[in-house]
Design a protein around this ligand. Structure first.
Ligand code: PLP
Length: 394
């Protein structure tokens, strides 16, 4: 599934993952004879409604939540936006409301918070991270005051894989009566979370990062938390997100969550072994490289490496010519020359941050893939360094 030709190696699963065959199989009938609108009362509608109910249970089970607290959205971006705008809109204490987000959040959180900060009502505080990319819980504590309504800190970072102490942060928020949202898009398939035990109020998940289709995701919202719907004009999703449900995508997302839950321990173990093999191989074969986030606990499928004297973008193109697909930072910022906000927040210089390449593994990844990268990369790096316009740091 992860190959286009025999030579292609896909190591960009943090950008998107191929659809699992079981997922596609589950979806297919909803593109043809089971086409009904889930809002219709006749049998066609009922078939679609039942399929959505099942998928909602599958998504809920992944985080041990009640299905009624799952809101289907168009993906991780919409879920993040809905959490930030939806919760903030309902809660304003006094004249000024404060939000705290970490400096390494996905832009779907950062830019939503920034948009709120343009209004006089909202003040947004960005909490610092340490050199390893870990959110500093003291920093969060300092960002929270009596006017704070919401804190948003992701579970696992999409560029570095660094895992954040969401339990500690969540507890801190709960003690102060502040709502806590976490973006679990990258982490959920390898680090299951249990809503019953974890002090979080809202969780973002997305279909296409775990073998499901694109354009579908969910926001878990703790019972009783009022939300300003961002899409209005229908009663779908209990009035929290209007619009005819994307039934095939919802069915596929549900199936992907079911598979992810069943496999999470095993796949985490397998990705850790592959990632460690890749990391050890690169460090052994190539000089002048560093691993971003290596001082922190990391998700098993992401390896972010800096190559001294080489622009990540250039390395990405050279690897692509060899049939190896990787990313520099996140898919969302590639194409722009700005270095990663995540690496800058970790205290790196522009020059250092530009040297980063992200390898991200997934279901179809194999030892053969990893070994081929370890085999090809040293020569590419050597050639680029010989041609490189970037000065070496040392
Ligand atoms: C991919 C990603 C998103 C956006 O999800 P989409 O479904 O692509 O909109 C949000 N947060 C993180 C951490 C991601 O990796």
């Amino acid at each position: 599934m992860s190959r286009q030709g025999t030579e292609s190696i896909y190591l960009d699963h943090a950008a998107t993952s191929p659809i699992r065959p079981e997922v596609w199989e589950a979806m297919a009938p909803y593109f043809s004879n089971r086409f009904g609108n889930a809002g219709s009362v006749h049998r066609f509608g009922r078939v679609a409604r039942r399929a959505i109910d099942t998928a909602r249970e599958q998504v809920a089970q992944l985080i041990h939540a009640d299905p009624r607290d799952i809101i289907f959205t168009s993906g991780g971006t919409e879920s993040d936006n809905l959490a930030i705008f939806g919760i903030s809109g309902k809660y304003r204490r006094g004249s000024r409301a404060r939000l705290a987000v970490s400096a390494v959040e996905h832009h779907a959180v950062l830019d939503a918070a920034k948009a709120l900060a343009k209004h006089d009502t909202y003040e947004v505080v960005t909490a610092r991270v340490d050199e390893a990319g870990r959110v500093d819980s003291v920093g969060i504590e300092e960002s929270v005051d009596s006017g704070t309504i919401l804190v948003s800190v992701m579970h696992g970072n999409n560029e570095t894989g660094v895992i954040q102490p969401i339990e500690t942060i969540g507890r801190l928020c709960r003690d102060r009566g502040v709502f806590f949202h976490t973006d679990a898009v990258q982490s959920i398939q390898y680090r299951p979370i249990d809503i019953a035990a974890l002090p979080v109020d809202a969780v973002t998940v997305s279909g296409h990062k775990l073998g499901g289709p694109k354009g579908i995701g969910a926001l878990y919202l703790r019972r009783g938390l009022p939300l300003d719907a961002q899409l209005i004009g229908g009663v779908q999703e209990r009035g929290r997100r209007a619009g005819t449900e994307n039934v095939p995508a919802i069915v596929g997302f549900g199936k992907a969550c079911e598979l992810a839950l069943g496999e999470s321990t095993q796949s985490a173990r397998r990705m850790t072994a592959l990632r460690d093999r890749l990391e050890a191989g690169l460090l052994e074969q190539i000089g002048g490289i560093w691993i971003n986030g290596s001082g922190a606990e990391r998700l098993p499928h992401i390896l972010n490496a800096g190559f001294d004297g080489i622009e990540g973008e250039t390395l990405l193109y050279s690897l692509d010519q060899e049939g190896i697909a990787v990313s520099n930072g996140s898919a969302c910022t590639s194409g722009s020359l700005d270095p990663s906000h995540v690496l800058l927040a970790m205290g790196q210089s522009y020059q250092q941050a530009q040297c980063a390449v992200r390898f991200s593994l997934g279901y179809g990844s194999s030892e053969t893939d990893v070994d081929r990268v370890i085999d090809r990369l040293p020569a590419i790096v050597e050639r680029l360094r010989a041609e490189s316009p970037l000065p070496r740091a040392g």
